[in-house]
Design a protein around this ligand. Structure first.
Ligand code: PLP
Length: 453
């Protein structure tokens, strides 16, 4: 296997540097990932909310392996059973209409935008109102829909037909809507915008506004969907049903798949020839997604996410009280942002060094997106690392910190009751873990072990 140095040097020569990758990761299992040198990390980013059921979940792995051996791709010129089953399943989870399948979040949002334009076409409506600090993708249309200048800078002229309103400000959306507006596109929780949840009055108000002005309410569920907030869809936290929504990221647990789910009102807007995607909804992608949905149900991950999210936020709030440069904690379910005073990147770097993978967002927010089936012990271990990392970031020496901890333990017995784990050195953690071997990962390719298809 290559070393991190060998991998990064090939990147420098041959990979277009649109990203600034940090670690070279070579293996993942559950909430844990290993780098090329064998150091283990707790992955509290989960591929930016892609691995909601964890890395290499055996059920998903088996479904992918079995389907890959049977039928990978047929094109949408032909029916495929898995696409039919997945569409039925998604529509049963919300909205009750029909689905279209593609390959990524940007593509799913692009489909929503095209659907809105087609729906409004005869009435001369084409505009889409989106929110400041939103994120909807990097294609030209979805970058134009994104409410962040940095995403658009250098690519002008941007496609027309998009206007911005302030998130959580209904009056601002009202002012942005004109007689040319076809839809409002909104995230229930802005992820890239700093983990900011919509306020209930705003979300309910948007639905009422869309009804009143006869425009579509569209939700981007790419990051906050698939159980991330403790509901299948983020909008379900508000008892509000949009007319359509987009999904991607966690839908295939890393196997690329995107989708839009519609309500009956707009389920037949797209007709043959109006939209397409060669790879959209292949038997393989849909097998992965069906397995992910099953795991979320079988492991009770919606309830678990709500409970663990609450516990995690409570514990982070205690750290906010403890460290002066921690400002706030916000989010929904296991989509959690820790707001800090200043740039979050140095803290994220310390966390990574200590074995916890997170990501900074919106400059001053550390974003936590662990797999939804993260264990109690892993949550506790992560909290211990965060505590240690915050101490280091504040320039508090370990001995000094221990003293403070002891004092606080006697002051607040609740902290003890949570039973935080002793921190382990990265090397020790690795020894404790069951690193899957290639043979183990390959076991389901053995004919005898193939699940029934
Ligand atoms: N929408 C939201 C809310 C996202 O968070 C993202 C990606 O981070 C996208 C859309 C774009 O998804 P993709 O990168 O799969 O195109």
């Amino acid at each position: 296997m290559m070393t991190t140095e060998q991998i990064t040097s090939l990147y420098e020569k041959h990979v277009i540097p649109t990203y600034l990758p940090r670690l070279a990761l070579v293996r993942g299992k559950g909430t844990k990932v290993w780098d090329a040198e064998g150091k283990v990390y707790l992955d509290f980013l989960a591929g930016i909310s892609v691995l909601n059921v964890g890395h290499s979940h055996p059920y998903v792995l088996e479904a992918i392996q079995a389907q890959a051996a049977q039928l990978v791709h047929v094109s949408n010129i032909f029916y495929n059973e898995n696409q039919a089953l997945l569409a039925e399943k998604l529509a049963s989870l919300a909205l009750g209409g029909k689905c279209f399948f593609c390959n990524s979040g940007a593509e799913a949002n692009e489909a929503l935008i095209k659907l809105a334009r087609l729906w409004g076409h005869d009435a001369g409506k084409y505009g889409v109102v989106t929110m400041r600090n939103s994120f909807h993708g990097r294609t030209l249309a979805t970058a134009a829909a994104t409410g962040q200048e940095k995403v658009q800078k250098g690519f002008d002229p941007m496609p027309e037909g998009f206007s911005l309103a302030d998130f959580n400000d209904l009056g601002s959306v009202e002012s942005a809507v004109t007689e040319k507006t076809a839809a409002v596109l909104v995230e229930a929780v802005q992820g890239e915008g700093g983990v900011v949840p919509a306020e209930p009055e705003f979300f309910k108000g948007l639905r009422a506004l869309c009804d009143e002005r006869e425009i579509l309410m569209l939700c981007d569920e790419v990051q906050c969907g698939m159980g991330r907030t403790g509901r299948w869809f983020g909008f379900q936290n508000y008892d509000v049903e949009p007319d359509a929504c987009s999904l991607a990221k966690a839908l295939g647990a890393g196997y690329p798949i995107g989708a839009i789910v519609t309500a009956p009102k707009v389920a037949d807007v797209f007709q043959p020839g109006k939209h397409a995607s060669t790879f959209g909804g292949t038997p393989l992608a849909c097998a992965a997604a069906l397995a992910v949905l099953k795991v979320i149900e079988l492991e009770g991950l919606l309830r678990k996410t709500k409970n663990n999210g609450r516990l995690f936020v409570e514990e982070l709030r205690k750290l906010v009280d403890k460290y002066e440069r921690l400002v706030d904690v916000r989010g929904a379910g296991l989509m959690v942002g820790l707001v800090v005073d200043g740039e979050a990147r140095p803290l994220v770097d310390i966390l990574m060094e200590m074995g916890l993978i997170t990501l900074d967002t919106a400059g001053n927010v550390v974003r936590f997106l662990p797999p939804l089936n993260v264990s109690d012990a892993e949550l506790e271990e992560a909290l211990e690392i965060i505590d240690e990392a915050c101490a280091e970031w504040h320039g508090i020496a370990p001995a000094e910190e221990e003293e403070r901890d002891e004092q606080e333990d006697t002051e607040d017995p609740q902290i003890e009751a949570v039973g935080l784990l002793e921190p382990s050195e990265p090397g020790e953690r690795e020894g404790d873990l069951d690193i899957p071997s290639d043979d183990e990962l390959a076991v389901a390719t053995d004919e005898e072990n193939m699940p029934e298809v």
